[in-house]
Design a protein around this ligand. Structure first.
Ligand code: AHR
Length: 516
């Protein structure tokens, strides 16, 4: 990569650096960098819902129209490899607690169908099952994260799933796997014990679920014998802190590795608003909801710290993202929505929060990967779109497994009516090659904001930066104009003394790359 100090035209930094407003100030504490940003924070989620699996990821190996490998779209595979997807959660969501994995293995012609009762009553033919999913994960280089059926399944069914995917030797499930064409185990590490046990997973109380969790967990054998099995308890709905308290209090540490949290940026569950034609007020309301993630993470962390001060257990935010009305004319049960610069802002802000809390947040899964909610990819027959959210996640993947640099921010504010929000969101890390990356978001849709980043010693150099922006926050990539929004090179930053001055355009996400 070409390394250079950028010298900027004087006018570019107007207005804020030259007297028209105070810059936001970020102080990086480079000597305090010690905690790794687990790459799994950049995880995804794919459910049997609408066109996420079928048409989105999987078109079947008999498709003559869409190039595929073992039925999975080649264009989607290529995009996901570039994205560096570290971990992928499957098969749900609510669907997980209705899913019987044995229906999805063996010859496809013999697999029974079921009705997908959560998502539109569609017929599920089980043609995309365990082998298909795990082989796809191998192809894209992601660790699988299997969500087991607790709500309508059995302990035996779940424990046999582990044996099927990880068992060695002559065990019955390992033999079945081999007879289905897969000799060696997949070594699956991550398992979710049900999903949303407080709701679609069984409407349980936390006390009841924690007992169920202990029962399931006891019979989850780590067939790999590597001691690396990672069991995640179905976690709280947003600010249900009591749920986390009970999980931490009642489940013995030897039976659990992570507690989940689900939180969506929704304006109002009864009036979610449109995905593209939203007002500035709706934009502000969504940003406010997205930024609430910081409070939620802080408070769930505080409870976890009380029972686990050494931070052995992970907080796993295995569903997050923006949730709006479906696109007009589409099946309401399919949760298909477009993806604008607003979603890029949600992604940038949320990932910065997760990075800054990486001592406890060690996995997160954006909902969902393709064609559902805040997707990184949308498909329409042979065509695909990479959404603004895709581009943010791709820009941010430099943080994966890098060391987080703690920082403090003195912010400037984005005002809407009588309310205001911090305009600037930041996180920073140093990778294994010693390169420092800083990701900055300016959520203010009207104002360019100046940001001064302090804490560098002398002699620092900056490589080319990248920016994601568009003229309007409502802008999106369409099948007619798929590249309207994509990262461009950024020249709005300048090293001056021991600091860095950045001019952040309205509603933009910037990646800065520096080295000493
Ligand atoms: O992501 C869509 C749904 O939202 C999931 O199935 C469920 O877990 C959550 O309520």
């Amino acid at each position: 990569m070409k390394k250079k100090n950028l010298v900027l035209p004087f006018l570019f930094l107007v207005p804020s650096f030259f007297g028209f407003g105070q810059p936001a100030t970020v102080v990086l504490r480079l000597p305090d960098a010690k905690t790794m940003i687990n790459k799994n924070i950049y995880g995804h989620f794919a459910e049997h819902l609408g066109h996420c699996i079928y048409d989105g990821l999987y078109v079947g190996d008999s498709s003559q129209v869409i190039p595929n490998t073992a039925g999975v779209r080649n264009d989607v595979i290529a995009a996901l490899i570039k994205l560096k997807v570290p971990v992928l959660r499957w098969p749900g969501g609510c669907f997980a607690d209705t899913y019987h994995w044995k229906d999805g293995v063996g010859p496809k012609k013999d697999r029974p169908s079921m009705i997908n009762k959560w998502w539109g009553g569609t017929s599920e033919d089980n043609s995309f099952g365990t082998n298909d999913f795990l082989n796809m994960c191998e192809r894209i280089g992601a660790d699988p994260y299997l969500a087991g059926n607790v709500g309508s399944g059995t302990v035996q069914e779940f424990s046999q799933w582990l044996e099927y995917v990880n068992g060695e030797g002559n065990s019955p499930m390992a033999r079945w796997r081999k007879s289905n064409g897969r000799e060696k185990p997949w070594n699956v590490k991550y398992f979710g014990v049900g999903n949303e046990a407080w709701g679609c997973g069984g409407n349980m109380t936390p006390e009841y679920y924690s007992n169920i969790f202990k029962q399931y967990s006891t019979f989850m054998t780590d067939w790999t014998n590597s001691g690396h099995m990672f069991r995640v308890a179905s976690g709280a709905n947003g600010d249900d802190y009591h749920w986390t308290e009970v999980m931490m209090r009642d489940i013995p540490k030897g039976l659990i590795e992570g507690v989940s949290l689900h939180y969506y940026s929704v304006i109002d569950w009864n009036a979610k608003g449109p995905s593209t034609t939203f007002t500035t007020q709706q934009y502000f309301a969504t940003m406010k909801q997205a930024m609430r993630m910081e409070e939620l993470v802080n408070k769930h962390e505080a409870i976890m710290d009380k029972y686990d001060p050494q931070k052995k257990l992970a907080l796993v935010v295995d569903e997050w993202g923006g949730w709006y009305e479906v696109e007009p004319g589409t099946n309401p049960a399919f949760l298909y929505q477009q993806n604008t610069m607003r979603d890029a802002m949600i992604a940038g802000v949320t990932l910065n929060i997760f990075n800054n809390h990486c001592d406890r947040v060690r996995m997160a899964n954006l909902a969902q990967m393709v064609n559902v909610l805040q997707s990184v990819i949308l498909t329409n027959k042979q065509k695909i779109i990479l959404t603004p959210t895709y581009h943010v996640m791709e820009m941010y993947n430099v943080h994966q497994d890098a060391t987080m640099i703690p920082l403090t921010v003195r912010n400037v504010f984005y005002r809407e009516g009588n309310d205001s929000l911090p305009s600037i969101s930041v996180s920073a890390s140093r990778d294994k090659q010693g390169i420092t990356h800083v990701t900055v978001v300016n959520i203010d849709p009207r104002n360019t904001n100046a940001v001064e980043i302090q804490g560098f010693g002398s002699g620092w150099k900056m490589d080319n930066g990248r920016i994601l922006r568009s003229a309007k926050i409502q802008d999106f990539n369409s099948f007619e104009e798929p590249d309207k929004i994509k990262p461009e090179s950024f020249s709005g930053a300048m090293i001056s003394g021991n600091g860095l001055q950045v001019s952040m355009p309205p509603a933009s996400v910037v990646l800065l790359t520096l080295h000493s």
